[in-house]
Design a protein around this ligand. Structure first.
Ligand SMILES: C[S@@+](CC[C@H](N)C(=O)[O-])C[C@H]1O[C@@H](n2cnc3c(N)ncnc32)[C@H](O)[C@@H]1O
Length: 251
């Protein structure tokens, strides 16, 4: 019999991570919650109708749903979405819904939402130089977001700040990422700066044990990360998150 052996690390292979280990993602992604708190301070979530693009296992969606009136999570991977749907059902959270969809083609009608948000989501990967059509997709995402927003609605996008791919440990894990930052290249930053204002916030992810840090953070970021956590007994990893924001005015 062939056993499906779990690797020690998925070595930065995010597509594999989302498809094969969505529950590990869910344990890892707790920093989405303080990010939503900051966005709440910026735009006020109370009573709002929100579209959460790239909602994954629902970490950002459920946090939004604590204050907002209604939240729809848009997520293309069934494996990630299923974790979110199960949680909504078992915890009887009825002001959320999870929809199969792609950030490059937002499937909603005009003037539907007060806020379009994406936490560690689109359009950042597409500003990566690997995607020749990335800018086109990012433009499409922004114009779709404007279309589905009501007049005076807000767009808020959160992602690691430049050089913060894996938080403050980035230079140890990948000196190259610390320099270029992958999707956080100068070009990508210029693209976003021309369209949004931004604010940087510092968030500390605290683990209850080194084992927990190794099994989540280390599992994603590779052997260098695992070695560093073990050697330094490190339980807290600070991250700088850049939150991009714009209020949309419509004719
Ligand atoms: C880092 S997770 C963020 C999940 C969630 N927002 C959170 O705070 O935990 C990124 C998510 O984007 C999803 N994704 C990948 N490609 C996408 C696309 N083209 N459109 C929308 N979502 C996409 C992935 O499947 C993954 O669930």
């Amino acid at each position: 019999m062939i056993e499906n052996v779990r690797p020690r690390t998925i070595d930065n292979d995010w597509d594999r991570f989302y498809r094969e280990f969505p529950e590990v993602y869910d344990r890892f992604a707790v920093t989405s919650e303080p990010i939503v708190n900051v966005i709440d301070q910026m735009v006020g979530l109370q009573g709002k109708s929100v579209l959460d693009v790239a909602s994954g296992t629902g970490k950002s969606t459920f946090k939004l749903a604590k204050s907002a009136r209604r939240v729809i999570g848009l997520e293309p991977w069934a494996e990630m979405r299923n974790v979110a749907v199960l949680k909504a059902t078992s915890q009887r959270i009825d002001n959320v819904a999870f929809v199969n969809g792609d950030a490059r083609n937002i499937p909603f009608e005009e003037n539907t939402f007060d806020l379009v948000i994406s936490v560690y989501g689109f359009p950042f990967w597409f500003l990566d130089q690997r995607f020749p059509k990335g800018r086109q997709w990012a433009e499409k995402f922004i114009s779709d977001a404007e279309f589905v927003l009501k007049p005076g609605g807000h767009i808020a996008l959160a992602f690691s700040a430049p050089g913060q791919y894996a938080g403050d440990l980035t230079p140890i894990i990948s000196p190259e990422m610390a320099q270029t930052g992958n999707q956080n290249t100068q070009d990508a930053q210029e693209f976003l700066k021309a369209r949004f204002e931004y604010r940087d916030v510092k968030i500390v992810r605290e683990y209850s044990s080194v084992q927990e840090a190794v099994e989540t953070y280390g599992f994603i970021f590779g052997q260098e990360a695992i070695d560093h956590l073990n050697e330094n007994n490190q339980l807290a990893i600070p991250w700088t998150i850049r939150i991009w924001h714009r209020q949309v005015s419509k004719p």
